[in-house]
Design a protein. Structure first.
Length: 98
């Protein structure tokens, strides 16, 4: 009987821990991190647009920065849409020059 209780307890703990597993790369509020990487040979101006607002940053050649974004945010380079972000982009490098 004691072994049965122990087995049941371990089973409950295993099920609980797997059902509460969280995706550590997706932060609170739906934000997740991407890494904008300028692998171009020149400085690049990048606009990240979302929810009616945008921010502009300049990345020097070889620079790589972590940026918190949400699904649907858009990245523009040279005034043109470069990429619309998805949750599957979480933790990935976004290379500005391909």
């Amino acid at each position: 009987m004691k072994n049965l209780r122990l087995l049941a307890l371990l089973l409950v703990i295993a099920i609980s821990s797997s059902s509460f597993k969280s995706n550590i790369s997706i932060a609170e509020g739906g934000y997740f991190d991407i890494y904008i990487k300028n692998n171009c040979t020149k400085e690049v101006e990048v606009r990240v647009r979302a929810d009616g607002s945008s921010s502009v940053s300049k990345y020097k050649a070889g620079e790589k920065q972590k940026v918190a974004v949400k699904e649907g945010y858009e990245i523009y380079t040279d005034g043109k849409l470069f990429q619309t972000l998805k949750k599957s982009d979480s933790g990935k490098d976004i290379n500005l020059c391909k």
